[in-house]
Design a protein around this ligand. Sequence first.
Ligand SMILES: Cc1cc2nc3c(=O)[nH]c(=O)nc-3n(C[C@H](O)[C@H](O)[C@H](O)COP(=O)(O)O)c2cc1C
Length: 363
Amino acid sequence: VPGSSLNDAFNAADFEALARDKLDEGAYGYFAGGAGDERTLRDNIDAYARTTLRPRVLVDVSGASAATTVLGADVSMPLLVAPVAFQRVAHPDGEPGTARAAAAAGTVMCLSTLATASAQEVAEAARGGPRWFQLYCFSDRGVTEALVDQAVDGGYQAIVLTVDAPLLGRRERDLRTGFAIPADLEVPSFSRAIGGRREATLQDMFKLLDQSLTWRDVEMLAEISDLPVVVKGVITSEDARLAVDHGAGAVVVSNHGGRQLDGVPATLDALPEVVDAVDGRVEVYVDGGVRRGTDVATAVALGARAALIGRPVIWALAAGGEEGVARLLGLLRDEVELALALLGCPSPDALGPEHVAAPNRHR
Ligand SMILES: Cc1cc2nc3c(=O)[nH]c(=O)nc-3n(C[C@H](O)[C@H](O)[C@H](O)COP(=O)(O)O)c2cc1C
């Protein structure tokens, strides 16, 4: 769109600046913030800045492509859209807009349980786009099973079980602003659980979730549908092994974008131990602090099949709705392709640990 400020955005940070101007303080703080002193939030980003790349030259990259597969499905790049709640707080296009932009970019959108659109509405918005459904288990098992059924009916290809949030992290920005979702912005899963609509904080919603989940529930979930269960929020080798042993179809190395337990390592630093523990048995993904195509290449080099991004998508959505997300994903795909070519890698599969020099890399 000529004259649109979107055309002035050339990277994730540019979109954040645009979004900050558009969002009120409560919404901005909710999307941007982390838990506690926000040490982990900052470290997720700093960890990428601590690594350096080791390119190889005079490799034929004339046919280079960022295309790869995740859980056997084709994607245009090893970068997926992470589940982020309440997207209509950022822009009226909300989750359907994000889903259309992700489908057009040829990548996976993972829909949050706490979305402001139903799984069906999002599926209809982005027919054909690869999509996953992120699950929070409600104490009311009927609600949880209904969510899984909707994901199956809507053609979602995986259930992403988030395991790092049995309770809500301490997010002081939200406590200060009193951030809440107004009753007129429907969160369908919450409406179903309470049998109506009302204004609610995230804490109100988390009170309805099941804090008693254990590894047995991963097995149970794997049995109630044919979809692979991707366990999101693993950052230790111990839990990575347990996830595989209990039937996980993949794991996401994630600390919830620094929003849950403050003081845990940056996900990039936790990635090698998880990759080693999983030992090729399932795919490993990573999220947290990914802002550049070179970050994606770094994560893949250290063993991730793909990376996911959370906040940048929200900044782009706030800045320009579906069109903003489409522009962001296009820019990032170009960045990934360029990074691969300049590293001397014709495809993501050509990346290996030898392409990264990191201070505390395991191999
Ligand atoms: C505003 C916000 C809401 C989120 N909501 C969810 C959610 O509903 N379910 C979930 O599993 N993760 C959620 N996450 C975590 C993201 O899926 C992802 O792990 C994280 O954003 C990645 O870090 P990044 O924002 O630095 O890219 C949320 C993150 C943010 C920033």
